[in-house]
Design a binder for this molecule. Structure first.
Ligand code: ZN
Length: 509
């Protein structure tokens, strides 16, 4: 932790990892494309919001002041269609879905990372940007009230996605009423007067196209040029390409310096999509697995790779989290030895539980022969995170830290070891706060995760309790054979029994 590593972030625009520095010394502006709110949020939305949360949290950790704007698309064809099916107003449906999205993002601990903005509350900014594009010759209105962006008017259109524009310009005869000049021209304004989803504009009543919303909201809340624009990989074309075209033509400067795209989520190898109907909602998932299990499963994957989750992976992740909490519980027991300061004569130090984090690194090898290894592993975490937020690499090192902690704690208990474990624990805590895991009391989580774990394995809590009671009776009667038989039976169900200090505990095997 002596070294500093420059933060290298993969930029889809330059197609390489670039060293990140904000345009204005210590301030970072981030825009991310949010949810189109016609249904409940699925786990893919959770992954996206969580990934950006890690980026925002990491930037704050580096000392930057971050302003992150995330939109809710609350005006859209799908919202209108769904609202009509239910016989309610479109904005009534989207408002309900925004409430649910907030609840879901809160459960994943990502709600505080962003300021939410809604399309329906910013029509003035959207219309004004369309007017700017028309007057600069980058957009045109047709006589039926459509407004289109003229892609041939931007010389470097396609620079993000690599998509080339087909240079076919329609002749005047071909441009009939409501027709585009070029097949790839995209809509900025749609002339449709749908109850509860239309606004007055210079081109008649209607509503904005999807792409212009993000360009206008980013300008309105963050300015003409921003540091980082985020979104899912599936948004590169056409959405982000079109955002660049609109913003750069309207503002006359580079729109976003960094384009950050996260991979997509599949469940049992099936693409999660609301339109396909095979999605798992965040709400359903949180009901079965603690949010920390979900977040740990997200972290095991690099954010730019696609992630495939399954019941099996959630159970494995739950066991890993259980192992982390068990280690922390042992660690806490040991740390109580620091109620009185540990005096380190050689270095003239008095170490208490509160300032263990400040122990200089060179002291650690004197506390335990493995002291220097902890320093090296924590250095690896720092280095991995600076390298394009490589969370799988960081977690590989964190796993080694836990293994080593268990090894050290299994030996002789002393104040030296307690001081070392406290140092490690306090340094890890900063990372765990960023990842949003290991934020609960070990005791509470060990119980809850064990319960969720056996349930996921298809075992009822009552069945486990009945077997434990039968085993207790057998032990009272000193019937060791019966007691061992029940222990084996529990183990086959996936439950491990521990007898400690006259008490019996159980956990996942
Ligand atoms: Zn967008």
């Amino acid at each position: 932790m002596n070294k500093t590593y420059p933060f290298r972030l993969y930029n889809s625009l330059s197609r390489q990892k670039d060293i990140f520095r904000p345009k204005v010394s210590d301030k970072v502006s981030v825009y991310s494309c949010g949810v189109t709110v016609y249904d409940y949020c699925h786990l893919g939305h959770g992954l996206q919001a969580y990934t950006i949360g890690i980026l925002v949290g990491y930037l704050k950790r580096l000392g930057y002041e971050v302003k992150h704007i995330r939109n809710y698309t609350d005006v859209d064809d799908k919202i209108i269609a769904r609202a009509q099916q239910r016989d309610i107003k479109p904005l009534e449906l989207s408002e309900r879905m925004i409430e649910c999205a907030r609840r879901d993002f809160l459960s994943l601990g990502v709600l505080e990372n962003f300021t939410e903005v809604k399309v329906s509350e910013n029509l003035k900014a959207i219309i004004s940007m369309i007017e700017d594009l028309i007057s600069a010759g980058h957009a045109y209105a047709t006589d039926d009230g459509h407004v289109y962006f003229d892609v041939l008017s931007k010389h470097d259109y396609g620079k993000l996605s690599g998509q080339k524009v087909d240079c076919h310009h329609a002749s005047a005869r071909e441009i009939k009423s409501g027709h585009k000049r070029n097949e790839q021209d995209f809509v900025l304004w749609k002339p449709e007067k749908i109850e509860g989803a239309y606004w007055a504009s210079p081109w008649g009543d209607g509503r904005p196209g999807w792409h212009i919303e993000c360009s206008a909201l980013a300008k309105m809340y963050l300015g003409d040029s921003i540091d980082i624009h985020c979104g899912g990989l599936d948004l590169i074309f056409p959405h982000h390409e079109n955002e660049i075209a609109q913003s750069e033509c309207a503002n006359g400067c580079e729109f976003a310096r960094f384009w950050v795209h996260n991979g997509l989520l599949t469940i049992d190898k099936q693409k999660m999509s609301k339109s396909l109907g095979n999605f798992i909602t965040i709400e359903d998932c949180v009901r079965r697995f603690h949010p920390e299990v979900i977040k740990l499963a997200f972290c095991q994957n690099h954010y730019r790779s696609n992630l495939d989750l399954s019941e099996q992976i959630f159970i494995q992740t739950l066991k890993k989290l259980l192992y982390f909490y068990q280690t922390l519980q042992t660690c806490e027991g040991l740390m109580q030895r620091l109620d009185m300061p540990y005096i380190c004569q050689k270095f003239k130090l008095a170490i208490t539980l509160h300032d263990a984090k400040c122990i200089p690194q060179e002291v650690l090898p004197h506390l335990h022969p493995h002291g220097a290894e902890f320093v090296k592993l924590l250095e690896e975490v720092t280095e991995a995170m600076a390298d394009d937020l490589n969370t799988p690499k960081a977690f590989a090192a964190i796993h080694q830290v836990f293994k080593l902690l268990n090894q050290v704690m299994a030996g002789k208990k002393s104040k030296e070891i307690a001081a070392l474990c406290s140092w490690v624990r306090q340094h890890l805590d900063d990372w765990f706060a960023l990842f949003g895991i290991l934020q609960q009391s070990p005791e509470k989580m060990l119980h809850l995760l064990s319960l969720q774990g056996i349930e996921a394995l298809g075992v009822k809590q009552a069945e486990v309790e009945a077997l434990l009671a039968a085993r207790a009776t057998a032990r009272e009667n000193k019937n060791w054979m019966e007691s061992d038989r029940i222990r084996d039976q529990l183990e086959q169900l996936g439950v491990a029994v521990l007898d400690r200090a006259g008490e019996t505990f159980w956990t996942l095997a």
